[in-house]
Ligand binder design. Structure first.
Ligand SMILES: [Fe+2]
Length: 360
């Protein structure tokens, strides 16, 4: 039987300033800004930026809440590094590029026999580029990052845990991963299947103080896995409950996909997502992805109050429409429209975004 989890859908991080985040993700990491929207929980307007490859593929999307209101505490029990694939031989370029851009970086390292290089976001978040010979996804390119070296999408993610045992049980029993090896403090897990974005490395750090769980600048918030359909999302929730992970959330309408969350035993928040027809292409044309602020329809009537509280940003020139920059759109699958599958009730948060009073 096909595994419910198909690989990573997105990784969600909390940087600090909005423009600082856009500049690092697009200019330093060479990502495409594919969506500007807002956090759909709570009553404080916070941007939600989505960055990905040229096709905004599932499995290439880093999403960021620039949360300058409060610092977070990085530590164990968190996603600790976001990993992108790059072509074999591209690492020397990235070393030079990070140095030129004055991005704090690790120097070339190796785990499981593969070279990688880490760089630190100005807010403290870690990213890495890792060599992978067979990733055919369509990269976004910039004036500084050309196609022969650009990131293709996620290789996977690194999660910091103090003790791997319960987290391993969760990945194997609840998510269907298999353990593929251990290299020093790294325990590698893989989702059955083919294609990239199916790797999770548990980094065992027994002495590391647990990190914060809420939104806070400089910390990752959650990892999301693709289960493809609403029916699979409901099945995954049932799997959690059957195994005793009874705090799985309701299924939430995130407009571009549907989501369900559970806190995993190592402390990391784990989301599963189902695609919806059109995905990121529902509200803007492929060549215009990420060029304007989009709100879900149920937030539109509060647009003025929301926009008034957001930091003005400049979208990078590389993100503006240009001919030949993107391939044909590849909308998310609409398999969940099948008549054989039940309609899944989804919840929507509709907070009141109040315009701040004068003098506050
Ligand atoms: Fe998410």
């Amino acid at each position: 039987m096909k595994n419910l989890v198909q690989g990573i859908h997105h990784l969600t991080l909390c940087p600090g300033g909005a423009q600082q985040d856009i500049d690092f993700l697009t200019q330093v990491l060479g990502q495409r800004l594919v969506k500007q929207t807002v956090l759909m929980d709570g009553s404080i307007p916070i941007y939600h930026f989505y960055y990905g490859n040229a096709d905004a593929d599932v499995g290439s999307i880093a999403t960021c809440f620039p949360y300058s209101r409060k610092p977070g505490r990085a530590g164990s029990g968190q996603l600790s590094c976001t990993s992108y694939t790059v072509p074999v031989g591209a690492i020397p370029f990235w070393k030079e590029h990070f140095d030129r851009r004055r991005a704090d970086n690790s120097g070339v390292q190796e785990r499981f026999g593969t070279k990688y290089l880490r760089a630190r976001h100005p807010a403290g978040l870690l990213f890495e580029v890792i060599e992978e010979p067979s990733d055919a996804r369509n990269p976004w390119t910039t004036t500084e990052v050309s196609r022969d070296v650009a990131t293709r999408g996620f290789f996977g993610a690194v999660l910091s845990v103090r003790d791997p045992r319960e987290q391993e049980s969760f990945f194997v029993d609840a998510l269907g991963f298999r353990k593929v090896g251990v290299d020093g403090p790294y325990h590698r897990f893989e989702v059955p299947g083919t294609g990239p974005g199916r790797i999770v490395d548990l980094h065992v750090e027994p002495e590391r103080t647990p990190g914060s769980w809420g939104f806070g600048a400089g910390t990752a918030h959650h990892i999301a896995f693709n289960v493809e359909t609403d029916a699979a999302l409901a099945k995954q929730k049932a799997v959690y409950e059957e195994l005793g992970y009874t705090d799985a959330s309701e299924i939430k309408d995130r407009f571009y996909f549907h989501s369900m969350y559970v806190r995993s035993p190592g402390g990391i928040l784990v989301e599963c997502t189902a695609n919806v027809p059109g995905g990121f292409y529902q509200d803007e044309a492929p060549e215009e992805l990420g060029t304007k602020l989009h709100l879900p329809p149920w937030f539109e009537e509060q647009r003025a109050a929301i926009v008034a509280q957001l930091e003005p940003i400049t979208v990078p020139e590389e993100n503006r429409p240009k001919s030949g920059a993107t391939s044909a759109p590849r909308p998310a699958t609409a398999a969940h429209k099948s008549a054989a599958e039940p309609a899944i009730p989804v919840s929507r948060t509709k907070a009141a975004f109040e315009t701040p009073k004068q003098g506050r």
